[in-house]
Design a protein around this ligand. Sequence first.
Ligand code: 1GP
Length: 234
Amino acid sequence: MIDTSTWRHAFKLDPDKDITDEHLEALCESGTDAIIVGGTLGVTFDHTIDLLSRIRRYALPCILEISNREAIVPGFDHYFIPVVLNAKNPKWLFEPHIEVIKELGTIIPWHDISTVGYCVLNRDSSVAKLTESDTELTVEDVLAYGRLATHVLNLPYFYIEYSGVYGDIELVKEVYGRLGKSENGKIQMIYGGGISDKRQAEAMNGAADMIVVGNLIYENIEAALQTVVKEEVE
Ligand code: 1GP
């Protein structure tokens, strides 16, 4: 089982988007804790395996976030299985999972898999549209999803997902303060969405255990590299 407990930062690469060798090298040698490979739309086996083989030149953990059956590729260090907790269309809760388990259940390496409980908050994101997520949520609502993730479902990760836009930092901070530290301290809380510079990365890093940077990689590689959290040397 992979130990992510000290991770503060990850880059999320979309197999459906092009990245040059030079940019990939810069990301992998940036000091980030891991590369997550994942995307909501258009993710194929060929693109995913191609990206994995390129990332494998570097010595950092590489996780596949499984978004569809076609893109399940062996050889990653670990696999994240997303469950969108606030999906209003129940089909998206477990139906895709059951289909894959029925097909591959006897050969899935279960110890290499972790379930990530997502709370999707950007209503315009692909994932919100696909799952018909209920994105009009208050702090109390999001906290309730966080409590569901940790206390009821016993999940290792709770992911506040604003994919595409920078989120409400006060909301993230409050949920983290009440859930992550004072109440439990066990679940790892991840923030992702719209981080576009070092200042935003630092702010969100103070409001969650770990941040994920995606789109910025493809928009402004220099700014993306600046989001890597450097531990202060005393
Ligand atoms: C997406 O949370 C990640 O799943 C990162 O979001 O692409 O907006 O950085 P961005």
